[in-house]
Ligand binder design. Sequence first.
Ligand code: EPU
Length: 343
Amino acid sequence: MPCAQTDADLTAMNTFGLPARAAHLLRVHSVEEAHEARAFLATRPRGAPSLILGGGSNLVLRGEALDTVLKVEISGRHKLGETETSILVEAGAGENWHGFVRWTLDQGWPGLENLSLIPGTVGAAPVQNIGAYGLEVAERIESLDALDLTSGELERFSAADCRFAYRDSVFKRQPGRWLITTVRFCLPRRWQPLTRYGELAQELAGRGFSDSAPPSPLHVSDAVIALRRRKLPDPAELGSAGSFFKNPVIEAGRCAALLAAHPALPHHPQPDGREKLSAGWLIEQCGWKGRRLGSTGCYIQHALILVNHGGATGADILRLAANIQDDVFRRFGVELEPEPVFV
Ligand code: EPU
């Protein structure tokens, strides 16, 4: 049986630092314990609110008491094999994401360096298809195993089965159904630095790297870490869930109309012909960067990061988010969609 605790305080288990309690907290250390946790869930009253928790870094706890929380702490990481083109690596869902990335680099297996220092766990990475500096984790996932909490079957998902999209997957669309236990990564043996993201290219150039003196995977990781430390708050010091809104994707015609009124609007063409806007820019234009609302606010270095200055509740964060959404909609006619999961 998984290690269980009653009336557990979840404040330190979400990077926003929002208060909430769970009547039962089950720490799941293996696939077997995941099955046992499912059996426990089946004994709970119908409709009792439950949550599958990883690192709690993409989560807004509204504050209502939860009945059962399954905290996934399945560890382990090893190489499964290799082909001429790739190295196959497997990791338990509870492994710390950044620790796993640095471990692969230490083994001499590149491919995840652009995703360095993202908070959270290996098992949570595919749920919202984490992405940064020109790479989404979907591009490196070979397959994963997830326990269907409704049927009790342990199912294997290929990358295609996961239906990955921008900060989205089948797991995010069916909250509470899938408990991811193990993730397998396909890492390229013929590696080239991925520097299509302008800010990363600049950082590497500033460190003396160029086409004739290319960086190693560790150099790229170090550059990403430096960029993130400069722009994003350390969750240990200031609570946040990273980017609070997705970057909105709009039709090209609407983008052209917006550009006529706001020539500085940053926009990025998408493969489907639409344009991705920078939510951080839209929010900053509305005067929110660095602004506070009670115990919450927008981070001083990056308007897309909502922060808890201390003592905020889920309701406070939602109030701030609604204010920002209203202002951006009134000024630009663009709807901002939150990125974290609301519980
Ligand atoms: N910008 C502003 N003001 C701000 C912030 C941003 O004007 O306060 C504008 C600037 O023009 C800047 C542009 O927005 O060039 C893009 O900003 P940034 O490079 O910081 O990236 P982002 O689009 O805000 C996305 C991801 C981040 C990821 C970075 C780097 C989303 C929602 N966010 O942010 O992911 O680290 O790119 O690749 O896609 C996360 O998902 O939690 C996250 C941090």
